[in-house]
Write a new protein. Sequence first.
Lengths: 185, 452
Amino acid sequence: MADLITKIEAALRGPGQKGIAGIWTDEHKLVEAARKTRESGIKKFEAISPYPLHGIDDAMNIPRSIIPYIAFAAGLTGCTFGVWFTWWTSAVDWPLIIGGKPLWSLAAFVPVIFECTILFAALTSVGAMIFLNRLPMIDPHTIDPDLTSHKFALFVAESESGYDAAKLEQLFRSQGASDVRRTEF
Amino acid sequence: MIARQPLVLGNKSLKDVTDDICRLVETWPGGKYYAALLSAKGLFLFYLCIQGMIVAFGMGMQGISHPVMWGTDIITFVFWIGIGHAGTLISAILFLFRQKWRTAIARSAEAMTVFAVMTAGLFPILHTGRPWLAYWLLPYPNQRGPLWVNFRSPLVWDVFAVSTYATVSMVFWYIGLVPDLATIRDRAKNIWRKRIYGALSLGWRGTARNWNHYEMVYMLLAGLSTPLVLSVHSIVSFDFAVAQLPGWHTTIFPPYFVAGAIFSGFGMVVTLMCIMREVIPSFKDYVTLHHMENMNKIIMTTSMMVGYAYASEFFVAWYSGNPIEQFIFVNRAFGPFGWSYWIMVTCNVFIPQLFWFKKIRSTIVPMFIISIFVNIGMWFERFVIVVTSLHRDFLPSSWGMWHPTLYDTGAIFGSFGMFFFIFLIYVRLLPVISIAEVKPVLNVGKSGAHHG
């Protein structure tokens, strides 16, 4: 049983990339180091932190998330669906006069349409976040278990153009990294 | 510059925060916890028996009878839904207003929302009398035509509002939990603990790109929850306000219900936080007196808002010149159920005014007692709205009284058993304070700190 689970986990585990990681204990030094790394010509690298860091998007040149546009489109879809569904069920598929109101009593349908809008937008934006972050990951590679607690890390993959382990190690150390290690992420 | 209050006391490091919050999940609870859990579970089992009897023998087990056909189930449904609203207010609206003090209480307040909505949701389903046919409330293709639900009915609006609210609050709560579950996963020594929390955390790693999308979706959910929560209690109030019954048919109901919901919900948050601070002493550094005082200020404000609504209803009844409307309100305060009206006014309007005194709003024992009064008062508010309006309407020949039975009382008290049982399990299985949200505010209000 336990053996089988280990096998399944190994089969499902996402492919890791070999590379070099620096570990910091001060978030401000990490943000500064990320900026220096980008300025040294490394285009794509990862910064890992236990909580969102102020200024890291700017330091790493990460663009604003596109999720708001997805949420807007989903909300619009939900709204359209709500209008269509209340109209089709009440006025087309089985028209019933209730309380002498018109078959398509739009004003009375507003609450249902509104709830459809919110539900579609909320669930789609969460779905988009999960998709864009490539979640769920099964047993992903982690550099250090403390990175979800009180440490911060930068990781550059070997495949990245301009990767030079010795130079990066020197850069990380000069920026105050407490530890530098060759690892998989 | 006005000095900011520190949000976390005791000069904690990042690791201290992780340790403090995770300890609760990683250690075996003590005797007090088991005592509390078993009492809650006992009450919950009692509740299951009560509701089982009602389902087996019919709604007549409860005291509902003509003319009061909406009794305990509807009153308690509105009560629990209202409780839930404070959780969303704290997690969503205070987030949008950048109120950093919300971070320490947001997780538990949101959990309270989810559990309160679960408790509430059962009541209207059981009130249908034949809960096994509750799916008829949903519009689904069926072999009767298909005959669709009536979208003009406030009761169908309620189905949509409450189910959307339950779904979105659960998703919002879960998304907030993901990074913290990853923290627990990474600290786990036991392989099964690692696997279970690892699966729940979706394999979260916390890269800057992940956080970028995550923060955006969190803000969007807050932005979507805000109009949602306002709509839910507005729609619950439509259950009454759209009817023609005097005492229900008033335009003030949506804002009045929303203010009342926030009031009662904060009452419950204060009750829960007072207990949590006592049971888990290390949390006094996170849920500080400053937090409690802020919540008490909100209770006092919303108390005056509901007080205004009570007064406004009477004024409008008088000003309308409609004798039936006027009679209903005189009957409400001085009729056979007048005592319930004065319990409501005392608990909701007069007692919370004690929070004008700083000493009272920042001392645990008085605020705990006042919060209990708020809970009682808000249950009676719904009692007043439902029962006093129904029992005497246009025709004196159709007047009557409402005589609750053991099954009414059992359903009310038993529902607390259900709520507290789920809440107590949550306290030991999931981080009760958002680890990832507290860390960025560690330095707020400390001298010489970085201002983020």
